[in-house]
Design a protein around this ligand. Sequence first.
Ligand SMILES: NC(=O)c1ccc[n+]([C@@H]2O[C@H](COP(=O)([O-])OP(=O)(O)OC[C@H]3O[C@@H](n4cnc5c(N)ncnc54)[C@H](O)[C@@H]3O)[C@@H](O)[C@H]2O)c1
Length: 379
Amino acid sequence: MNIGIIGIGNRATAYFKLPEYGSDIRITALCDTNDSNLDTAIQDFFHGDESIRRYNDYMDLMACDDIDAVVICSPDTTHVSIVEEAMKRNKRILLEKPVATTGDDLIRLYQHSINYKKTILPGFVLRYTDLYQKVKEIVDSGEIGEIITLEANETLSPIHAASFFRRWHRLSVNNGGFLNAKCSHDLDLISMMTSRKPLYVSSFGSNIHFNHHHSKSILCSQCEKLMSCKYVDQTINKLSSADYDLCPYLVDSDIVDHQVVSILYEGGITASFTVSMHASAGNRMMTVYGSEGTIRSDFVKQEVIVDYIKPQRQEIYKIDELSPGHGGGDEKLCRLFIDKSDNNQVYDGIMSTAIALAAEKSRNKKMVISMKEFASYLY
Ligand SMILES: NC(=O)c1ccc[n+]([C@@H]2O[C@H](COP(=O)([O-])OP(=O)(O)OC[C@H]3O[C@@H](n4cnc5c(N)ncnc54)[C@H](O)[C@@H]3O)[C@@H](O)[C@H]2O)c1
């Protein structure tokens, strides 16, 4: 299988490993609008291999008939146009999340991709991890009875939080809002656990902390608080679009630093999700409450605890240590992508972004959003 990768930034490095997962897997072309990223990638990750074709325009890469599959990891607003071109050329597609950033693009994507016969995999790496597969297995086994309600949260470490203000992600026009950019994973996991469609969404959130009162210098390196600030980032990543010296307080941004989302699913199941950029460490926790028991999962501890109601007992599942690449999810997604059978999961990507955009509308307008009205084509 010959693979072309589009968008050679920070995320692309996860897909440079694709050839490690199959003997007939080759990366034969890279595309980026920025030549220096192509130079860096070929030198640093492909030992200067000159046989790898380089493109600045994804149309040129798509025109290569010998490229069977494409990975799209360019910025979020470019996803729908690029995936449409890939479908015209009949390629297998791995499309990074979020699949789209606006309601119009989402409809376009739905109309063009839902019946596509070849693989389209959104980059939902978390759903394939052993941890969430275990939670899903217990939910589906019926052991905890009927699913009643679910609560989940995501926290970001200071450096991770600040990184969103140091990249294009800081403006919601570039990603459909922070929830869509970062937490489309979590919204997907929640829908996956309930196996139901969402009916209503409401949300609140804002940016409380990252405002102009905390700093005077736009560059960390020139700031008087350099030694004490928790957001000073020493990362060196030549492929990333982040400016690690930029002060997260002083940039022009409109994203939230915390948000809560409530979802009513079919059958009366409810879910609540909270994201906070203010925590000592990044983590994801999820609790599923059933009529016969409760499942609690902790991503960092890689632990699933089940408490049964009657007879009262507890079962603890220790998943292996937290693996690199989203707890092993990156590798699982790569392996699924190169699997010969076709697998179109674009619906899940569309649903997750539809919930995120509905939540964004709810947050901005202070109203409850009916999903059947907001994204009627999904019902
Ligand atoms: N699945 C995950 O867990 C995960 C993790 C990180 C990022 N992502 C997603 O991956 C995507 C890329 O994120 P990133 O952090 O690597 O961003 P990035 O800014 O580091 O990289 C994007 C690259 O795309 C290039 N680019 C811009 N427009 C292009 C175009 N029209 N054609 C080709 N290349 C173009 C840029 O020059 C840049 O090199 C985003 O959609 C992001 O949400 C997913």
